[in-house]
Ligand binder design. Structure first.
Ligand SMILES: [Ca+2]
Length: 177
């Protein structure tokens, strides 16, 4: 146990500061995988704050297979874990041609939903589309990398419509006279 005097501000990790307006008992963990647990005990009361100093895992993202024929929507599912503070929020984006390609859906929150159906899209024939997903844990830490799907190809399978303007419907187009 380390006792931190009243009035001190200590930096516990990147981006995390604790203002010691009361004596703080900081218990460093015995676990080998890092200083993730630090109970804080104000004088006169008992409370504990779980500090999560590790980001969530990079999301694993799965789209709907090799190919789609729907030009208007794309769907994907994903998962990411954080055993200490859980997942608070996901963000996804969609790019064309490659994970680094042109953005067709910019970063959008799905809350805690591990899937999305992006609608009102206008996919281009014979192009591939990639979902990128970031996760945020309960401590506000972002996954250190974007997880990407392996891409889904859009192929237009709708036959073109043919409009016949001549002869018009019902026209008599001749025969033996
Ligand atoms: Ca964590």
């Amino acid at each position: 146990m380390v006792v931190i005097p009243r009035g001190l501000t200590i930096k516990v990790s990147i981006g995390l500061w604790i203002a010691a307006s009361f004596p703080i008992l900081l218990a460093l963990p015995s676990r080998a995988d890092g200083p993730e647990i630090a109970p804080i005990t104000p004088s006169g009361g008992i409370s504990a704050i779980l500090l999560d100093l590790t980001p969530p895992t990079t999301p694993i993202v799965t789209d709907d297979g090799e190919e789609t024929s729907n030009p208007a929507q794309l769907h994907a599912t994903w998962s990411s874990d954080d055993p200490e503070s859980g997942i608070a929020e996901y963000y996804y984006s969609i790019t064309q041609d490659s994970p680094e390609g042109p953005v067709i859906v910019d970063w959008t929150s799905t809350g805690q939903e591990g899937e999305v159906t992006a609608a009102s899209l206008r996919l281009v024939h014979n192009r591939s589309y990639y979902f990128g997903v970031l996760s945020v844990n309960g401590e506000g830490l972002w996954s250190s990398e974007v997880g990407y799907s392996d891409g889904i190809f859009y192929r237009d399978r709708t036959p073109p419509s043919v409009g016949i303007t001549s002869p018009r419907d019902g026209d008599w187009i001749g025969g033996p006279s």
